[in-house]
Design a binder for this molecule. Structure first.
Ligand code: HEC
Length: 114
């Protein structure tokens, strides 16, 4: 076997692994629990809470429906302190689960579920 097929196989394998891993970053259910405890004072967390307790804070459903909101964008946002809250930075596993929850809301209203 030549070098090229070998490289192609390795690349394909790595791609499969990363696709599988992407599905598994963060548990949305745990993210919901985390959000209820840490974010719900300001943000509408459940899909039906489309208007947040703090009006300037978009509900998580609204965030999920915003174009360009991806895991990467949310990760970057949460690593940056919130406007008036220098202490609110979410990283590591907390970020993984809360982002998994927010992303799980994508399409939730359109599909009529949740
Ligand atoms: C004390 C109120 C408060 C708390 C608590 C809070 N947020 Fe926010 N959040 C805001 C406000 C206000 C904004 C809008 C202004 C801004 O972007 O900084 C915002 C913006 C955001 C945005 C960006 C939305 C967008 O599209 O611009 C995300 C994502 C977010 N918050 C996630 C979270 C998460 C996750 C938590 C819990 C770990 C959390 N917030 C806790 C008040 C809060």
């Amino acid at each position: 076997m030549g070098l090229r097929p070998a490289i192609a196989a390795v690349v394909a394998g790595a791609l499969l692994v990363s696709l599988a891993a992407a599905d598994e970053i963060g548990n949305p259910q745990r993210g919901l629990d985390y959000a209820q405890a840490n974010c719900a004072d300001c943000h509408g967390v459940l899909p039906e809470d489309y208007v947040s307790p703090v009006l300037e804070a978009p509900s998580f459903q609204a965030v999920a429906e915003t174009k360009g909101v991806t895991r990467l964008a949310l990760t970057a946002f949460l690593q940056t302190p919130h406007a008036d809250m220098p202490n609110l930075v979410v990283t590591g596993e907390d970020a993984d689960i809360v982002i998994a929850y927010i992303l799980s809301l994508k399409g939730a209203t359109a599909a009529g579920v949740r």
